[in-house]
Design a protein around this ligand. Structure first.
Ligand code: XMP
Length: 530
């Protein structure tokens, strides 16, 4: 399949380059910018290479690519730092700007090209004048030999450069950022126009490729997948069920008692609908609640839950009596590997240690070469597309994220069965309301919100029920909009929606006496309360 390789020099928008190109239907791979090409011997599917941006300067800590990149004969596109890197490596000069250029800046195409050459093909993607997005502290002060300036920024610096004889291109701005007018057309001009990539990246193709590769690797051996109830593991389960024999696929789900209302029922029904034959549901609510007794420190609760998860998982897996050579599958995504600092993007910061990446069972299976991660090439919205293609219920595909430790981090202080039950009921009402209500734009509130949930506070406040003073629990509601959970804004409810939701909760869940709405963005607050 035609592929564009992206050398990651650490820019925050490197992922976006990959996303935009995949949206064109062309597969992308991201590797650390300084990867050795000898080791990763260029795959013949690779039709072009993009050198990404970087927070560093070429004269400072910035990484350099393997020099083979300039001899491999493939089209190259340098974006921001990528262009500066190419310029310096190929004999030009880059110097600091008197003032950093940041934000929307106009770009004018200053030279045209006709005919069927590389430059003409690339320039087809550009409007004569457009607003671009820039973020750079250095600029080209001397183009590398053979390069010509074709576009200039409003501030007078080179913005588009092209080599006279080779398919080498450079942009000082970021076409991958949505604020760049016509950015997708520019990327398409490189990927399709210059590199000639065919749009082979479809979910149908992904399923067929997975079928071939999984069957070659696994043969007749059994596969075990641990299901959490979230989108990723459910889609991973659907993919295994579609590409392997149903008999081979074992799915295990742990009901910790810290799940949302009816979660176990929903997960069971959806997996059975997808053809699951060996679905092992482990009921371990008592074990979790006993272990959590007396604990109110968030980190202590998380640790107990994480450890117990591993203990029960190992016990139950051995109870299944699978042969030693069984394969373990998990729903790790491309972005999980990046976030945990594994695999791709050496310079990408470790943002959170994802719970998928570090259990002893997973580590042992990884070492033994029997770990399979059939979603590890996909971004989150590609997983959703794959899920739809495989027939996973829309209710699961569109579900808000849910933390591994579940309701335990949404019950502030000690977790008890009674509090779990109260929170579960209140949260279910909140979700039901969000699914029934629509915004002014006609969308379900649930779909406009990235994540919403209720939190039970360890506070009782006074109220009246009939003529009697009554102390009820305080419930907080949280609803945020976000692109990826890294930052978040508060969802601006219509006041009437909040009032009606609050009334329904206090009328139905009588233990709750008061409802408050959390109006904190992230940062400074986090999304969860613990
Ligand atoms: P925070 O609270 O860090 O949450 O702003 C960001 C996203 O991560 C989810 N989250 C977790 N997910 N285990 C998980 O699997 C956890 O311990 C955990 N803590 C937070 C949170 O729900 C949000 O989507």
């Amino acid at each position: 399949m035609d592929t564009i390789l992206i050398l990651d020099f650490g820019s925050q928008t490197t992922q976006l380059i990959g996303r935009r190109i995949r949206d064109l239907g062309v597969y992308t791979e991201i590797i650390p910018g300084d990867s050795s090409f000898e080791k990763t011997a260029l795959n013949p599917d690779i039709k072009g290479i993009i050198l990404s941006g970087s927070p560093e300067s070429v004269y400072d800590q910035g990484l350099a690519p393997d020099k083979t990149v300039y001899n491999c004969g493939l089209p190259l596109l340098g974006i921001c730092y990528g262009l500066q890197r190419m310029t310096v490596d190929l004999g030009g000069a880059v110097e600091p700007l008197p003032e950093r250029e940041y934000g929307r800046i106009g770009v004018k195409i200053t030279k045209e090209e006709s005919g069927g050459g590389w430059a003409a093909k690339f320039l087809k993607g550009f409007k004569p004048a457009f607003t671009a997005w820039m973020s750079h502290g250095d600029t080209l002060t001397k183009l590398a030999p053979g390069f010509t300036e074709y576009g200039t920024s409003g501030t007078g610096y080179p913005a588009v450069v092209i080599h006279d004889a080779k398919p080498w291109f450079g942009l000082q701005f970021h076409p991958e950022v949505t604020h760049c007018e016509g950015g997708n057309d520019i990327l398409a001009a490189f990927v399709v126009g210059v590199c000639g990539c065919a749009a082979g990246w479809t979910m149908e193709h992904y399923v067929e490729e997975t079928r071939t590769s999984l069957n070659a690797r696994i043969g007749e051996n059994p596969v075990l997948l641990l299901i959490s109830g979230g989108v990723d593991s459910t889609v991973a389960g659907a993919l295994l069920l579609k590409t392997l024999r149903g008999e081979q696929v074992h799915l295990m789900y742990m009901d910790t008692g810290l799940m949302r209302k009816d979660e176990t029922k929903i997960v069971k029904a959806s997996l059975e609908k997808l053809g699951a034959r060996h679905l092992h549901i482990v009921h371990c609510e008592d074990e979790f609640l006993t272990a959590l007794k007396g604990l109110s420190e968030p980190e202590a609760k998380r640790k107990v839950i994480g450890d117990l998860f591993i203990t029960i998982q190992e016990r139950e897996v051995s109870r299944l009596g699978l042969p030693d050579n069984y394969f373990l599958a998990q729903g790790t995504l491309y972005t999980d590997l990046i976030e945990s600092g594994k695999g791709v993007g050496k310079k990408a910061h470790v943002i959170k240690s994802h719970h998928n990446v570090g259990s002893p069972l997973v580590d042992a299976k990884r070492k033994a070469g029997t770990l399979i991660e059939p979603l590890d090439k996909l971004y989150k919205d590609e997983v959703r597309r794959l899920g739809r293609f495989l027939g996973v219920d829309e209710e699961i595909i569109g579900r808000h994220p849910f933390p591994g430790p579940g309701l335990a981090v949404r019950i502030i202080g000690e977790v008890t069965q009674e509090k779990c039950a109260i929170l579960r009921e209140a949260d279910a009402i909140f979700m039901e309301e969000l699914k029934q209500r629509t915004s002014a734009g006609g969308h379900r509130l649930y779909d406009e919100i990235w994540q919403a949930f209720a939190i039970l506070l360890p506070v009782r406040s006074v109220g009246v029920a009939g003529d009697v003073r009554k102390y009820g629990w305080v419930l907080a509601l949280r609803a945020i909009i976000s692109a990826d959970g890294m930052t978040a804004d508060v969802y601006p409810f219509e006041t009437r929606d909040l009032l009606e939701i609050s009334t329904r909760i206090t009328n139905t869940v009588t233990e709750i006496g008061r409802v408050v709405y959390d109006i904190s963005s992230k940062p400074p607050a986090t999304i969860e309360w613990e």
